[in-house]
Each structure stands twice: as C-alpha cells, then as structure tokens.
Write a protein that binds this ligand. Structure first.
Ligand SMILES: Cc1cc2nc3c(=O)[nH]c(=O)nc-3n(C[C@H](O)[C@H](O)[C@H](O)COP(=O)(O)O)c2cc1C
Ligand code: SF4
Length: 490
C-alpha cells in the first residue's frame, strides 16, 4: 500500500471514554431523520466488501453472519457491501441483478433486524463497474492481443532509428526482454497500459456501443436492483457514485464525453441525476435512496472538493435522502499489479486517502478528510437543504465523533475499520462500556486481504478461540470469520 513519503508513525491517541450519561446526552446517540425513516442514533457502518458471497454472487451463511455480527453492535445504520446491478460474472461479490437473488438477499434484513432488535436501519450499496483485465504475460500480450497498425512500424523507426523488421510482432517480443522502455515508446498510452497494468475500460471509450449507451442502460439496471432490495426487505439503497467505479467516472473531471454526459459539471452529474430519478420512481416513498460521493478524487486532473460540493447540492436538490462521503480510491494512480493479477484501486495515493493508515504525514490518518466533507455539507446547507451527510475516514473515538457533529462537519459518523475491529464499539460507548472497546490499529491488514479478494477479517481477533469447533473459519481453518461475541455486563 502507498504511504506518504514522510512515513511518520502516529500513535493511537489515548482516549477518555464517556460515561453512560454522557453518551445518552450526546449528539452521536441522538436520533436523526433520513428520508422518511428515523435512525435511532447517528452511527453508521459503511459498505465493506467481505468476500463471502459465492462465485455466482449469491448470499451465503457467512454473508448473513457477517452482517448479523455488525447488527449486534446496534449502529443507527449498516450498509451492505457494494452489490452488483448487472447480471454478469463478477466473482464473490453480492449481486442484486436478477430475481433469483431475492431469496438470499432477504435473509440479510431478517438476520440484521433480529440481531439489532430492530434498532439498525439496513441499506445496500448498489454498484456498477467496467471491465478490467489482469496484467498479461508480456509475450502473450504482444503476440496475441496487440493489434498491429502502421503507426507501430513508424514509431519503431523513430525509437530505434532503423527500418521496422518484417516480423514486427516477434521483434517487439525480443525487444521487450532487453529494453521494455523502448517497447513502451512504440506503443500508444492505452496499449502500454494494457501491457503493463492490464487493459481497463473507461466511460470515455464512446467508440464502443456498450460504453456509449451506458446513460441509456444504467438507470433501469439501478432501478431494478433497488426494487429488488425493497422487495427483499432492506430499508433503502446507497447508489455507489464513489471510488473507482462507473458512476464516479462519469462525475470525474477526467470525463470529457461530448454527448451531454461529460465535460461540464452539468454534463458529468447528468447520469447520476438520471439514475437517482429512475430509482426514486421505481421504489416506494418510504424507501430511502441515498448516494456515496467522493469529497475529492485525489488524482491529477480529477474532481476536487468544489466539484463535490456542487454535485452534492444538485443531488440534494433532486431529493437524495443522504449523501455519504468518501475520498479517493481510484484506478488512475493504482500500483502496477503482479503478472496475472488485476490493478486494485486502493494501492496508490488516492487509495491512501480513502483508508489512511498510522504511517502518515504530519496531518495524520484520523478524520483526515473531514474538513473537505464539511465543505460539501456547508454547500448543501447554503442552498437551504437539510440533506444529511455521512462522514468517514479514520474515525475511531467518541470525543472525535462528537466534535465533528458539534462543529457541523457532518450529520452521521461512519466507521468502517473501527467497526470491523470491534462491531460492538458503538454499543459499548452508548452503554458506558467504552473501556472494553477493541481498538483498530489502522495498519490495514484487513485491506490487504480485501485486495487479494480473500475473506476479510481483523488481525485483532481472527486467531481468537480457534480451538472452539463451533467457530466458523476461513477455508484454510486459520482465521475466524466474525469477531468474538461480547456480552454486555449486567
Ligand atoms: C475491507 C474493506 C472493504 C471496503 N469495501 C467498500 C465498499 O464495498 N464500498 C465502499 O464504498 N467503501 C468500501 N470500503 C471503504 C469504507 O467504507 C470506508 O470508506 C473506508 O474504510 C474509510 O473509513 P474507515 O477509516 O472508518 O475505515 C471498504 C473498506 C474496507 C476496509
Ligand atoms: S485489521 Fe487492522 S486496520 Fe483492519 S480493522 Fe483490524 S485493526 Fe483495524
């Protein structure tokens, strides 16, 4: 994982835990209206892919047990992982792309409601993503996939100062073994990317019909998936307009589509608005429809916080029920993957801003991007709108969360990794047992598993109680799949 060059090690701050009375009087544990629903408290577990679905995207017992475990901590809201809206193979990622997924999905709300005593509202994050290929063996790419054109021969002559050989393809294979940098100069930027990183589709590839037509196909796909979520018993959906995926790419300042769905801010937000309108029209009024947006893409030429504030205000004006904010997590600055693996969006600087670790710069990892998120909220309020915003990134503590709410930087506090380290942490704070919280170390062991598409667990608990035969484990038997139980002392 990328770390800031300063590599300053930040210690976990020493905490003073609130008493039960302080917690009860706090903003964090006060209710909040979201759309037509009420959250019992302003605590939120944001989407986290745990890699527990089947290869066909079906819900499993391990998926249900994962969400049930978070629900025991009784957060105000719990967002189920990014769930695919297209009925295409996408590995062990949940899908809501067909009615055959309904029965499995319906099990999650049942389990969450029972485990939280109905305190936790349950949303599911709906995602669309474009194709990305694994980084190929260079010889294989050059021999089988590169489409040779006259330009290659001309660039060969330019780069090597000699006439191109009759068998240019084989010559490129030979040259790559000795001088890969010269091969890079013979290829164009997309070919270089396909060879060194793995080919990646973009929303700007409008020469391809299926990409050109995304504005016509996506609204209905999102709407049908949302309708399934409603039928399955979820309280709402979070439209995934963040990170490295299709909808965020439409919002990006790098989107220069000239068909009315790019270039200007109005063009870039148009599909996000149309998707929201299609979803809103397809589900009941009480069903919550929110979205997740980036407060900053943190890539060269990408959208900034000013864009985010403008997009969030437009979407709030259209009536989104909440705006959940995240940062970065893009493909554009991802590290080169190993041959045979695909690039992963959280491996570069923008990924660091999404999930900052304790190896940081002077700013440190804790609530690192909340000031930008506050700017987004301020813009929504300045437009006279009350849409709640959810803030995330390095939040681990009651006083810190309470200060964010008191300063009006956000309306709801989301914690992903702290909730993974201790799914009961919100409940422990609320009930005066804050000293029993298992704290996140913010070193991203969990995220390293995520990047390898391995079952996500936490290093603080995944070796505990492995001699207990009733504990569900990873296939190799080495890690438990959910955090050990916590019984509230009487
Ligand atoms: C294992 C893991 C999986 C994640 N999966 C998703 C996801 O499916 N959708 C999403 O929007 N964010 C995802 N995130 C990002 C988190 O929701 C959150 O924004 C980020 O971890 C920063 O919050 P934190 O500092 O509280 O962990 C994931 C994070 C982790 C650690
Ligand atoms: S694995 Fe590390 S970073 Fe992830 S939740 Fe656990 S303690 Fe936090």
């Amino acid at each position: 994982m990328w770390t800031p060059p300063e590599k300053i090690r930040h210690a976990l701050p020493v905490l003073r835990v609130p008493t039960r009375d302080e917690a009860h009087a706090s903003r964090l544990f006060a209710p909040l209206t979201v759309g037509r629903l009420s959250l019992t408290e302003r605590t939120w577990v944001p989407a986290m892919v745990p890699w527990r679905a089947t290869e066909e995207g079906e819900t499993t017992e391990a998926v249900c047990a994962w969400y049930e475990r978070f629900a025991r901590g009784e957060p105000g809201a719990l967002v189920v992982e990014a769930t695919g809206i297209r009925d295409v193979p996408s590995g062990p990622l949940l899908r809501a792309s067909h009615d055959r997924y309904l029965a499995g999905l319906a099990e999650i709300p049942r389990r969450v409601r029972a485990a939280s005593g109905g305190r936790t509202r349950l949303f599911v994050q709906l995602i669309d993503f474009l194709r990305i290929r694994r980084r190929p063996q260079p010889e294989r790419y050059l021999r089988e996939h590169l489409v040779l054109r006259d330009e290659h021969a001309a660039r060969w002559a330019e780069v090597l100062g000699e006439a191109p050989p009759a068998d240019l393809r084989e010559a490129l294979v030979q040259l790559d073994a000795q001088h890969p940098e010269r091969v890079d100069r013979v290829l164009d930027a997309r070919e270089r990317e396909a060879l060194r990183m793995g080919a990646r589709e973009r929303v700007t590839d409008v020469e391809r019909a299926e990409i050109r037509d995304l504005p016509r196909t996506l609204p209905a796909l999102f709407a049908e998936a949302a309708a399934r979520a409603e039928t399955a018993g979820f309280d709402g959906v979070e439209l995934h307009y963040a990170h490295a995926y299709t909808m965020a790419s439409f919002l990006s300042a790098r989107n220069d589509r000239r068909d009315g769905y790019g270039a200007s801010r109005e063009g870039r937000v148009r599909l996000a608005r149309e998707v929201f309108a299609a979803v809103r029209a397809r589900v009941g009024r009480a069903f919550v429809v929110g979205c997740r947006l980036l407060c900053d893409e943190v890539i060269d030429g990408g959208s900034t916080v000013d864009d985010a504030a403008w997009f969030a205000t437009e979407l709030a004006r259209d009536g989104v029920d909440f705006v959940s904010l995240s940062t970065g997590g893009k493909f554009e600055d991802a590290k080169q993957p190993a041959i045979g693996s695909a690039a992963y969006p959280d491996t570069g600087r923008s990924g660091y801003e999404c999930m900052p670790t304790t190896f940081s710069d002077a700013r440190g990892p804790f609530a690192r991007n909340v000031a930008k998120m506050a700017q987004v909220r301020a813009a929504i309020r300045a437009a006279g709108l009350e849409t709640p915003t959810v803030v995330a990134g390095g939040i681990y503590d009651f006083a810190q969360a309470e200060a964010i709410l008191a300063r009006g930087e956000g309306d709801v506090i989301a914690a992903a990794r702290q909730s993974l380290a201790d799914p009961d942490w919100f409940r422990k704070l609320r009930t005066g047992h804050g000293d029993a919280i298992r704290r996140c170390r913010f070193t991203n062991y969990c995220e390293a598993l995520d990047q390898r598409h391995l079952a996500v667990t936490c290093q603080r608990w995944d070796r505990e109680g492995l001699d207990d035969p009733t504990v569900a484990r990873t296939p190799d038997g080495r890690r438990r799949l959910t955090a050990p139980p916590w019984d509230e002392p009487r």
